[in-house]
Design a protein around this ligand. Structure first.
Ligand SMILES: *Cc1c(COP(=O)(O)O)cnc(C)c1O
Length: 397
């Protein structure tokens, strides 16, 4: 066994650092998933998860990674040969479109540049052309984790409304839920897909579908084969706090605690904390003199920042150096961004000192690797953090 001293910094954009109270809840003995204690736990998490999605409708919880919940959203609402409209924000949008094709869906992929959010005008124009309503769903990724770009879901909803198109709206909120403002009901989303291991501060292994009435109605006539993912059996069992098959008992024990933590802090404060970490990170990266992958300031992600290294420098070699020296993991570049960018995750259980610790680790790596940069980026981050420290601290200056 090798031992790296000090606490590991898991600064990839998911899985994120799991808080100790959540780990402690997961470590409690496994309980009978058909007993009364579990029914109480089941009812609690199924009710308390709804406000995190901004919905009063049911949320289905699967023992699965986020990819499973992607498949569930499609399998429950669509029929073989159905057409869906997707937008190429980056790697995760690409993976979802491949998955759709494998299920026998005609996935139309609107071209993107991997540096911007969903183009709502392009969606509206395509829907307006579709007079026969062949397109059954619009599928978008809210926070594209490969690029650090957040899309405007409300604008996509308006695009559907303005084109008077009845397609369902399916949104991947896997890396935004619990980190960036999200409103399933208010934005008229039909299925929201989420996972446990990002803003919800849990290990991987749970994923979610928040389901609108319209999506539920569509599922009754949808003809893609579905068994494990079937909402109907799940919702029938959930009515009594139980599940049609063995749920991830211990992860659900952790989820109950994570939801309590989010409620205690308050979602607006959670989002503001992520905004602050992101602003400090961007100030630091700008000071170093590097570009970030996201082009438009209105699309900046509060969950992660993807940093472009100057031409001729390997992002993977930098990440390896930082892991070795600082015991810190950073996210790699995905697909065409491999070795070109590295990604700093600043989501989940994260505070100001972890922001500055993370940035100090990156700056140390830059120095060791001899990558040209303007030193002192961490100081720029501190200025942002201090400026947002609240009225009491500002008054004391
Ligand atoms: C992490 C992630 C996924 C994939 O989730 P898995 O749990 O790895 O299956 C999908 N979409 C986005 C936006 C993600 O961040």
């Amino acid at each position: 066994m090798t031992h790296a001293p000090g606490r590991h910094f898991l600064q990839i954009p998911g899985p994120t650092n799991t808080p100790l109270p959540v780990l402690a809840a997961i470590a409690r003995p496994t309980i009978d998933h058909r007993g009364p204690d579990f029914a109480r736990l089941g009812r609690t998490v199924l009710a308390e998860i709804r406000p995190v999605f901004g919905t009063t409708n049911p949320v289905v919880i699967y023992p699965a990674s986020g990819t499973g919940a992607w498949e569930a959203a499609l399998a429950n609402t669509l029929s073989p040969g159905d057409r869906v409209l997707m937008f190429e924000t980056g790697w995760f949008a690409t993976l979802w479109s491949r998955l759709a094709k494998r299920l026998g869906i005609e996935a139309e992929f609107l071209k993107g540049d991997w540096r911007s959010g969903v183009d709502a005008a392009a969606i509206e124009a395509r829907l307006a052309e579709d007079a026969g309503h062949a397109i059954k769903a619009v599928c978008i990724v809210h926070n594209e984790t490969s690029t650090g770009v957040t899309s405007n879901v409300a604008a996509v909803r308006r695009a559907l409304d303005q084109a008077r198109h009845p397609a369902l709206l399916l949104v991947d909120a896997i890396s935004s839920l619990g980190s960036i403002d999200y409103r399933h009901d208010a934005w008229g989303v039909d299925v929201t897909i989420a996972g446990s291991q990002k803003g919800l501060m849990l290990p991987p292994g749970l994923s979610f579908n928040a389901v609108s009435d319209k999506a539920l109605a569509a599922s009754r006539s949808a003809r893609l084969p579905k068994s494990y993912w079937n909402w109907e059996e799940m919702l029938a069992a959930n009515a009594t706090g139980t599940f049609p098959y063995t749920p991830s008992t211990n992860l659900l024990q952790g989820l109950a605690v994570a939801l309590e933590m989010l409620r205690a802090e308050g979602l607006p404060a959670v989002f503001a904390r992520h905004d602050r970490a992101a602003a400090a990170t961007r100030a630091c990266v700008a000071h170093w003199g590097f570009e970030i992958q996201c082009r438009n300031p209105e699309d900046y992600s509060s969950a992660l920042t993807a940093v472009r290294l100057p031409e001729g420098h390997s992002a993977d070699a930098l990440r390896a150096e930082i892991l070795e020296r600082c015991n810190m993991s950073l996210g790699n570049g995905l697909g065409p961004l491999a070795d070109r960018v590295f990604r700093i995750g600043h989501l989940g259980d994260f505070h100001d000192l972890m922001v500055t610790g993370t940035l100090a680790g990156v700056e140390l790596g830059l120095r060791i690797r001899g990558i040209p940069h303007r030193p002192g980026g961490v100081e720029a981050a501190l200025q942002v953090l201090a400026g947002n420290a609240g009225p009491a601290a500002l008054a004391a200056e």
